[in-house]
Design a protein around this ligand. Sequence first.
Ligand code: UDP
Ligand code: MG
Length: 136
Amino acid sequence: MDQTLVILKPDCVKRGLMGEVIKRFEEAGLLIVAMKMLSLSREEASEFYRVHQESDFYEGLIEFMISGRIVAMIIEGEQAIKRTREMMGATDPAQAVKGTIRADLAENNRRNLVHGSDSPAAAREEIDFFFKPDGG
Ligand code: UDP
Ligand code: MG
């Protein structure tokens, strides 16, 4: 069993698409084992996405991620990391395979509804980022 960290981004919450996205994960047999709604501070968003700090889209990404509430969740299942990434589709919805969350529902390559950890190491780190053992 893998665990992965998925974020429903501010566009997902504002557009009322939380249920639709969650339904897709649940119908695929993946289990949500932890979930919380929160707003990221600029410092937290910058830390979470620090691997992208040299990218030209970094500032815009941070502004987007702090623009509204998000939902962080731990998703568990067989190959959960790989399968959630497949179900999300490519970063740019215009490039994503039909039937994926981003291809079907996302606006553009920034406002693309969801984040999912891309490796076991990232999953562990990102789960710890949002769900500290002390519940904080
Ligand atoms: N992003 C963006 N502009 C780009 C590429 C990415 O704003 O040209 C944002 C987008 O929200 C993406 C996030 O930065 O989901 C992280 O980028 P990454 O390449 O890691 O994509 P992901 O792993 O989310 O598919
Ligand atoms: Mg990524």
